[in-house]
Design a protein around this ligand. Structure first.
Ligand SMILES: [Zn+2]
Length: 248
């Protein structure tokens, strides 16, 4: 059997689709959501399902419309599930930067990866920053609030793993999906903790990109940890291989 491409069979479904789309627009216009924040300026409306998910998981945050960020939120404090996000900027006076809800959700989803490595605290320099990538005109994922630059990882009893000091570059394969090859042969236990963490985050379905000093010298002192922009792109990536973005 072959597809019937007679104009009648093409036109009728197209008319039905347009009629339904028009009705949906009228219905949407008639029921404005007074409580919702204005949509981001990219024309994509905020992801309410993500906001709802964070609320159900007990995260304390506010929605704060922000240029370039689809679903901008600001944590009320350092707590994000079992993790603590600690900003390495005293001038910020404890005010958390904006992030896209999807980054918060990804960190929550990956909380067990950090916990299994003994990590509770993520000391970071930045999340949202409206800027292009280095040596590029393309916007960084930081401009969309989807990436966090973590410089140190801390345990609940105050031990610090510092990326610049402790991450041992080039001692394993990177990027590699095989955990043994990826971790390789670090000389020090601190180096092993950070390589095991990076390698586990790399294969976690929560994140789109993990960039370390093994990628380039811009990352000698931090891990760039980046979430997917939405659940659909995350699902697609799980079903295919991931393309590196070379962000910073
Ligand atoms: Zn970064």
């Amino acid at each position: 059997m072959s597809w019937n491409t007679s104009p009648r069979f093409v036109l009728f479904p197209a008319i039905c689709f347009l009629a339904l789309a028009g009705a949906a627009r009228v219905a949407a216009a008639a029921t404005p959501d007074a409580g919702a924040p204005p949509a981001a300026d990219d024309g994509v409306s905020p992801n309410k399902a993500c906001v709802q998910s964070l609320r159900e998981r007990g995260v304390d945050f506010a929605e704060v419309p922000t240029k370039g960020v689809r679903t901008p939120i600001r944590l009320a404090g350092a707590n994000l599930g079992s993790l603590r996000l600690v900003l390495l900027d005293r001038k910020a006076a404890g005010v958390m930067p904006v992030m896209d809800c999807e980054l918060g959700r990804a960190l929550l989803d990956a909380a067990a990866v950090f916990t299994n490595a003994g990590i509770r605290d993520l000391f970071f320099s930045g999340i949202y920053e409206y800027r292009p990538r280095r040596r590029s005109k393309k916007l960084s994922e930081h401009a969309h609030g989807l990436a966090i630059d973590v410089h140190q990882f801390g345990t609940a009893d105050g031990r610090i793993f510092d990326v610049q000091r402790d991450f041992e570059q080039g001692v394993g394969e990177w990027p590699a999906r095989d955990p043994v090859a990826c971790v390789g042969s670090p000389e020090r236990p601190e180096g092993r903790v950070l390589r095991e963490l990076a390698c586990t985050l790399l294969v976690s379905s929560a994140f789109r990109e993990i960039i370390t000093g093994d990628d380039n010298s811009d990352h000698d002192n931090h891990f760039h940890i980046e979430s997917f922009p939405d659940p659909l792109s995350r699902a697609k990536a799980i079903l295919s291989h991931r393309e590196p973005t070379n962000d910073d």
